[in-house]
Each structure stands twice: as C-alpha cells, then as structure tokens.
Ligand binder design. Structure first.
Ligand SMILES: [Zn+2]
Length: 196
C-alpha cells in the first residue's frame, strides 16, 4: 500500500466502511497509520447527489465531458465519536494549510497514534489539526483498529467507503443527461469502440 508520507502522482457492495466529512466543528480522531489508498474522484454537482464519486473509468460521462477526476488519498483513521475506523478523503494539494500537509506533519510524530487529534476544516484550502493527550481512561480504538487491519488483510478496500456509480448511472443524473443530450451523446472511446 502507498504511504501518505511519500504520496506522488497516480484508482479504486455492502458497505463495510464509511467516509468522514470535515467541517468547522472539530472532529476527534486518532491517526494510527499513514498507509493510504489512491482514488480518482469526481464531485457530482447534480442537486440530487452533491457528493464525491469514484470515477467509473471507461465510459465515464464526466471524463467524456472534460471534467478530469481528482486524484485523492484515502486515509483510514479512528473516529472517536463514532468509535469506528472511517476513511478520510485528502486532496493532492500541497499548500501549507492543505489537509495533506497538516496530516503529514502530525504523522511524522512517532507517538501520534497515542494522541487524539482535533481536526477541522476552516475553508476548502485551509485545515487545522491539533494533537492533544488522551485521558488515561479514554479508549484508543485498539479493538476497532485491530478488526479493521484484519479486514484489510482479507481484502477490504478503502474505496468501499465511497459512492461507486457505474458510467450509466452517472449518465442518468439529470444535469449530466441534459449536457449529453444537448451534444448528441459522447463518441465511444477507442477502447470500447465497435469496428465498422
Ligand atoms: Zn470520470
């Protein structure tokens, strides 16, 4: 698996794991690993959806319309509030206050898995993470983390936390359908073009 600490440039049933959203209200998490997974995501702006989705690849209408997917890191973390391991989406942006940079600084601390981290989003480009000691009586999510690690070994993929629509599902979203209809659909990609 790739590590967030040296992440360069670069994809991804029943939901065994879910993702976590950051907001202005701090989220209390435990960063127990830097081992991440890469995914190519589209933000689906259709009002019926308004969320990120994994690019379905071949035949993707958004790629066909020129909307390149965003390369995103998926990092597992322990969410103290829900007492579950969840998946955090991290954009490839490298600005000093980017989520990636903020997390990398904390993950460089060898003791970070024993600290609680208050994580919040100030704006789309600015995140704040503050490490705090955990109370002696506080749980450190060991059991949930151990169960997650086992599931990983047995094939759990972090992208299972995200919405994975098919190309045809995306084509049927009203705002995408309207664009496709207006331009008479997309030419078939070379990979699945049927020869004359
Ligand atoms: Zn796409």
């Amino acid at each position: 698996m790739t590590s967030l600490l040296n992440w360069g440039a670069g994809d991804a049933g029943g939901q065994r794991i879910t993702d976590v959203y950051l907001d202005r209200e701090p989220r209390l998490v435990i960063l127990f690993t830097a081992a991440m997974e890469e995914a190519s995501l589209h933000f689906i702006a259709d009002p019926s959806v308004r969320r990120s989705a994994l690019c379905p690849g071949s035949g993707c209408p958004l790629c066909g319309l020129g909307g390149a997917p965003q390369l995103t890191a998926l990092l597992p973390l322990y969410d103290v509030e829900s007492a579950q391991v969840k998946v955090l989406k991290i954009s490839s942006a490298r600005g000093p206050a980017s989520l990636r940079s903020v997390l990398v600084r904390h993950l460089a601390n060898p003791n970070i898995a024993n600290l609680a981290v208050l994580l919040r989003k100030e704006s789309n480009y600015s995140y704040v993470a503050e490490a705090r000691p955990l109370a002696a009586t506080a749980g450190r999510g060991e059991e949930a983390i151990r169960a997650f690690m086992l599931e990983r070994q047995e094939g759990l993929e972090l992208c299972e936390a995200l919405w994975r629509p098919s190309a045809s599902e995306l084509c049927e979203l009203p705002t995408i359908r309207a664009k496709l209809d207006a331009i008479g659909g997309l030419p078939s990609s070379t990979s699945d073009a049927v020869p004359f």
